[in-house]
Design a protein around this ligand. Structure first.
Ligand code: CAA
Ligand code: NAD
Length: 295
C-alpha cells in the first residue's frame, strides 16, 4: 500500500480558533490550498489577522531582514487560504478535512456526520482533538478506513511534533498519506494508538492538573510554581503560563473527559478554580485573562 499524498491538494480546516488558524496557516505555507471554516464571519476575520501575524513571525525567522522576501512569503502563503462559513459547500472539494472545533465529543461527531455523505469518497477525515477517542468521534462515519487523528501542538508554527493516531480501521494508505502530509508541513510525526490523550497529553494532563491542585491547596503561588518548573525542570513555560496558552476551557474539557473515564482518580476531580475561571470567561491568552492578565 502506498501513500496518496500526491492527491492531497485541497485542505479544509474546520474551526478557526487557536489551533485551526495555526494549522491553516502552516498548511498554506506548505503549498496546500486551504479553506478555513467557522460559524461566523467575525471569527474568520479574527483568524485571518492571527494567521497574518504568524506568517510575519515565520517569514522574519526564515528570511531575516530581507523585507522583499518576507512580503513575498506572506503574500504567497495568504493566496493559498480562503475562508467560509458554508462547510457543506466547501467540503465537496476537500482531499482532507482537519477538524479543530471545540473539545466536545457530540459536537465533533455531529460535524463529521454532517459532511460524511457530501465529501468526496476519497477524502480523509482527521480530528485534532486533545484527548477524546478518535474511534468515538468517528462513530457515525461510513469512511472509517479514511479516518484518523492528527494532533498538532500549540503554537502550530513553532511546535515540531505531529501525533498521528490510527483507529483499528484506518487503512495503511491513509496512514502513509497523513504521515507524508505531516512531513510536508515540516512536522516530525509520531504514531500512537487511540488512547486517551495519546502520548503528550497523557503525560501532560496529570502534571497540569496537579499544578492546579497545588495552587488550590495553597502549597505555593502560581508565580513560584511556574518559576520552579522553568528553572528547576527546564520547561519553556510553567504550567499556569502553559494553561493560559492552551486555553482554560480546553484544559477543563480534557480534564472533565479524564474524570468521566476514571471517576475515582482524585487528580481529575472537578476543580472549583478552573470551573470559576471558565464561568467568568477567563480562558487565558485568547480572552486577555487567565491565570495571568494580558490586557
Ligand atoms: N507563531 C509563530 N511564531 C511564534 C509564535 C507563534 N504563535 N510564538 C512564538 N513564536 C516564535 C518566535 O517568533 C520566536 O522566534 P525566534 O526564535 O526566531 O525569535 C520563537 O518562537 C520563540 O518565541 P519567543 O521568543 O516569543 O518566546 P519563547 O522563547 O518563550 O517561546 C514558546 C515561546 C515557543 C511558546 C515556548 O515558550 C514554548 O515552547 N512553550 C511551550 C509550548 C508547549 O508546550 N506547547 C504544547 C502545549 S500542549 C498542546 O498543544 C496539546 C494540546 O492538545 C493542549
Ligand atoms: P478555540 O476555542 O480557540 O477554537 C475553536 C473554534 O471552533 C471556535 O472559533 C468556534 O467558533 C469553532 N467551532 C465550534 N463549533 C464549530 C462547528 N460546528 N463548525 C465550525 N466551527 C466551529 O479552540 P482550540 O484551542 O483551537 O481547540 C480546537 C481543538 O484542538 C480542540 O479539540 C482542542 O482540544 C484541540 N487542541 C487544542 C490545543 C490548544 O493548545 N489549544 C492544542 C492541540 C489540540
Amino acid at each position: 500500500m502506498t501513500s496518496n499524498i500526491e492527491n492531497i491538494k485541497n485542505v479544509v480546516v474546520v474551526g478557526a480558533g487557536l489551533m485551526g488558524s495555526g494549522i491553516a496557516g502552516m498548511a498554506a505555507v506548505a503549498g496546500f490550498q486551504v479553506t478555513i471554516v467557522d460559524l461566523d464571519k467575525k471569527l474568520l476575520e479574527k483568524s485571518k489577522e492571527q494567521i497574518a501575524i504568524t506568517l510575519e513571525r515565520v517569514g522574519r525567522k526564515k528570511f531575516k531582514q530581507n523585507e522583499t522576501k518576507i512580503n513575498e512569503f506572506i503574500q504567497n502563503s495568504l493566496r493559498n487560504i480562503s475562508d467560509s462559513t458554508d462547510l457543506l459547500e466547501v467540503v465537496k472539494n476537500a482531499d482532507i478535512v482537519i477538524e479543530a472545533i471545540v473539545e466536545n465529543l457530540e459536537a465533533k461527531q455531529k460535524m463529521f456526520q454532517s459532511i460524511d455523505k457530501i465529501a468526496k469518497p476519497s477524502a480523509i477525515f482527521a480530528s485534532n482533538t486533545s484527548a477524546l477517542p478518535i474511534r468515538e468521534i468517528s462513530k457515525n462515519s461510513t469512511r472509517l478506513d479514511r479516518f484518523c487523528g492528527l494532533h498538532f501542538f500549540n503554537p502550530v508554527a513553532v511546535m515540531k511534533l505531529l501525533e498521528v493516531i490510527r483507529i483499528p480501521e484506518t487503512s495503511e494508505t491513509t496512514y502513509k498519506t497523513v504521515m507524508d502530509f505531516g512531513a510536508k508541513m515540516g512536522k516530525t510525526c509520531v504514531t500512537c494508538k487511540d488512547t486517551p490523550g495519546f502520548i503528550v497529553n497523557r503525560l501532560l494532563l496529570p502534571y497540569m492538573s496537579e499544578s492546579v491542585r497545588m495552587l488550590e491547596r495553597g502549597d505555593a503561588s502560581k508565580e513560584d510554581i511556574d518559576m520552579a518548573m522553568k528553572l528547576g525542570a527546564g520547561m519553556p513555560m510553567g504550567p499556569f503560563e502553559l494553561s493560559d496558552l492552551v486555553g482554560i476551557d480546553t484544559m477543563k474539557n480534557a480534564r472533565d473527559f479524564y474524570h468521566r473515564m476514571a471517576p475515582e482518580n482524585e487528580l481529575f476531580f472537578p476543580s472549583p478554580l478552573i470551573n470559576k475561571m471558565v464561568q467568568e470567561g477567563k480562558l487565558g491568552l485568547k480572552t486577555g485573562e487567565g491565570f495571568y492578565n494580558y490586557k
